[in-house]
Design a protein around this ligand. Structure first.
Ligand code: DGJ
Length: 742
């Protein structure tokens, strides 16, 4: 890996074995983009990539240089209205009302490793040899606003990260109304756009469409990254599939309002912008103040979508997630939410936990309802003290009883919220986000606390730290059950109200950071009504997230398949729940529910006492299986093989790094009679290794399984097999392969 700079041509070439990123200083002093993609040769002069064909009807040129119109030039950090009419990377509102800036190259610094971003989650390195970072300094002389563009190239993989820091070095205050993390101008638009969208209980469904002239975007203006869209998009060539072809993934390490957008211009160039949503964003920069944008990550793959996802998985597993749990297999848990909802007593919890222990579960999690007057979802949020009528000896007492059973204990919090009916709200009604004189909308009967205020975050931290300090709590589920409306902070002056959304998320990160630092062995699982804040920003603090409130195995196929495009399997919270399922009322076989949940953190969302003895035996076997294989399932290399968005069969697999062990998950949604013969081509095996199917003892070479395929034809032709009790619909199988002697 290296960052090369050629003084004569003012050209930068950032490269590793897989990728090149090339840019240069333009004749007008701005930074121009030349190339991003597969690694190309080092040369001093790439100026032929700077194309300025004169166009009819575009007479908007720089004085003195009729060939230079920014409208047709690919740029690093474009400004609108300067002969560039595309959406800008940056906009600075000045005291005279103008938003025009002229950012001229001033100089640059190259350093080994990767600096931290103050107050923000970001990818990191563990040694200086893992990455190199370039900082390009630009300045607008009239306002004195300086922009430092940060570029990091990692030594391994097609990974490239970007962010920007804006500093006001002028005498007058300015307002930053747009500051994107990434601006990437691609020379053509022959791409398909992939987004991961949906709704509550239907998160991260894959949507694909062709790029066309105009704007294609996904965003959030809800204060959380949202169920509706994920801060992740992919541009792939039309011929690219899971196993081959070019794809670029763009991911934003941020949990608040975001915009991810591709604008195809009149000459088919594509500008990708990614960063904090400019709508409503307005950050006042007094003299000498700085603003740091979140980090955007780009991954280039010529090994198809699976290649791209595997690079994201490794990066986010190893160099975004941190701490004690980063590399550890995750405990198998039993959460009481769908087992009891608010209707529990301490003894009932211990009874559930006791059966869970008997079946092999390692962690019992007490969900919502244990604190304040929280007997339903109308009261109690904000009062993080155990309700003595439910837990006579508090959390300490319950945690001890669970530990005595031989299990770890975990606890639910919703730190950012408050109910009107709570002591916290009665004491501090001005601590909520709400606009003076306006209706304060409720969501799930609750308000959002103003986490832009330090005293609010401090107060919640103290309550949480007290419990964590006193009781044996090994795990926290951090929930967030509504978005932000009427966003306004009572603590900020009018001209700083455009800062509240971002300051809020900085407060969330601050609370997470303090808890991570002071309770380093506590495992955090993020949650926001399921997957409403499943993003890389939170992954930095919580290495796993509850992927969706929809725990139905069939619905989960799409949710987990979509999630896997960016996020590692070790981060995907997935549990077995009861039938009929509580969200879609579907009956699915117990083995299928487990076969889906294995590809995640794994656990149970039910009262195991309520299963039949036969089912309890199955659960014991499932837990034994998971314990044996979870390192492979959670940390192996994951391949998507057949998409639930395309047909009746879903298939995926994991394989160990040394290619000696693989597990294939195969799922059939609906059963049909007299089905055709079917095969699935596996990936990532060693073609020369011999693999034994652990169930049947049959042996196959890796090349057979990959090039001929695994035969999955159904012996029973899709009919319900007599006496097995298995359903024809929603069936599934696991194939476990181990390398063996020929
Ligand atoms: C929403 C979460 O997604 C559920 O798992 C559960 O924790 C409830 N909140 C509790 O209120």
């Amino acid at each position: 890996m290296s960052i090369l700079y050629y003084e004569n041509t003012k050209t930068f070439h950032l490269c590793n074995k897989e990728i090149s990123y090339i840019m240069s200083v333009l004749p007008n002093g701005h930074m121009g983009q030349l190339y991003f993609g597969k690694r190309v040769a080092e040369r001093e002069d790439y100026s032929y990539l700077y194309e300025t064909a004169s166009r009819p009807m575009t007479s908007y040129v720089f004085e003195g240089d009729r060939s230079l119109s920014l409208e047709h030039v690919r740029q690093e950090y474009g400004v609108y209205g300067t002969t560039d009419f595309r959406r800008p990377a940056i906009e600075v509102l000045q005291s005279n009302g103008s938003r025009i800036c002229d950012f001229q190259y001033q100089g640059h610094k190259i350093r080994k490793g990767k600096p931290k971003l103050a107050g923000l989650p970001a990818t990191y390195t563990e040694s200086d040899e893992e990455a190199e970072t370039l900082c390009v300094v630009l300045k607008d002389s009239l306002t004195g606003v300086k922009v430092e563009l940060l570029y990091t190239i990692f030594a391994k993989g097609g990974i490239f990260t970007r962010s920007a820091q804006v500093t006001n070095q002028g005498a007058e205050a300015v307002h930053l109304t747009t500051a994107m993390s990434l601006c990437m101008d691609l020379p053509d638009c022959d791409y398909e756009w992939l987004q991961f969208s949906g709704a509550w209980a239907r998160e991260r469904h894959l949507k694909v469409r062709k790029l066309e002239q105009g704007i294609q975007a996904v965003d959030s203006r809800r204060g959380n990254s949202s169920h509706e869209h994920n801060p992740f998009i992919v541009l792939k060539r039309p011929e690219t599939c899971e196993s081959q072809g070019e794809a670029i993934g763009f991911s934003l390490i941020y949990s608040g309002n975001f915009l991810a957008q591709a604008e195809v211009d009149t000459h088919d160039m594509t500008r990708v912008l990614m960063g904090i949503h400019p709508m409503g964003f307005d950050w006042k920069l007094e003299a000498e103040e700085s603003f740091q944008t979140p980090e955007a990550v780009m991954v280039y793959s010529e090994r198809g979508l699976n290649g791209m996802s595997q690079t994201f998985h490794r990066l986010y597993q190893k160099r975004l997630a941190r701490g004690y749990w980063r590399d550890r297999v995750r405990p198998i848990l039993n959460n009481n939410w769908e087992a009891t909802y608010f209707d529990f007593t301490e003894d009932r919890l211990v009874e559930i936990a006791g059966k869970a222990k008997e079946c092999g579960v390692e962690l019992f999690v007490l969900d919502d309802g244990w604190f304040g007057e929280r007997n339903n979802d109308h009261a109690g949020l904000g009062d993080w003290v155990a309700n003595p009528r439910r837990l006579s000896k508090g959390i300490t007492g319950l945690a001890e009883r669970i530990e005595e059973l031989g299990m770890k204990f975990g606890l639910w919090f919703e730190p950012e919220m408050v109910n009107k009916d709570s002591d916290l709200y009665r004491k501090h009604p001005d601590w909520i986000l709400s606009t003076p004189g306006r209706n304060a909308s409720q969501g799930r009967n609750q308000y959002v606390l103003d986490f832009s205020r330090k005293e609010v975050v401090d107060c919640i931290y103290e309550m949480m730290a007290k419990i964590l300090g006193e009781a044996k709590v090994s795990y926290i589920k951090w929930d967030m059950n509504r978005s932000i409306t009427e966003c306004y902070s009572a603590a900020l002056p009018p001209e700083r109200q455009g800062e509240v959304f971002h300051r809020y998320i900085l407060g969330v990160y601050n609370l997470y950071e303090r808890l991570n630092m002071n309770f380093p062995q506590v495992l955090f699982e993020s949650c926001a009504s399921g997957g409403g804040r499943f993003d890389p920003g939170i992954l930095y603090y919580a290495p796993q997230g509850w992927a969706s409130d929809d725990s139905d195995a069939v619905e989960r196929l799409k949710i987990q398949y979509g999630t896997s495009f960016c996020y590692p399997i070790s981060s995907i919270g997935s549990h077995v729940s009861v039938t009929p399922n509580h969200q879609v009322f579907r009956n699915t076989p117990l083995h299928t529910r487990a076969n889906v949940a294995y590809f995640g953190t794994f656990g149970y969302e039910l009262d195991l006492n309520k299963l039949t003895e036969e089912e309890q035996e199955m659960v014991k076997a499932q837990i034994t299986f998971m314990k044996e294989h979870r390192r492979l399932l959670q940390f192996g290399t994951f391949y998507r093989l057949k998409s639930p968005f395309e047909g009746n069969i879903t298939c995926w697999m994991v394989i160990s790094e040394d290619q000696t062990e693989a597990i294939v998950g195969w799922y059939r949604t609906l059963s049909h009679v007299n089905m055709p013969y079917t095969r699935v081509k596996l990936q990532g095996l060693n073609p020369e290794f011999c693999y034994e199917n652990q169930e049947t003892g049959k042996k196959y070479f890796g090349d057979e399984l990959m090039y001929i395929g695994l035969v999955t034809s159904d012996g029973m032709c899709g009919q319900v097999e007599e006496n097995t009790g298995e359903y024809g619909d929603f069936d599934s199988r696991l194939y476990v392969f181990k390398a063996c002697k020929k």
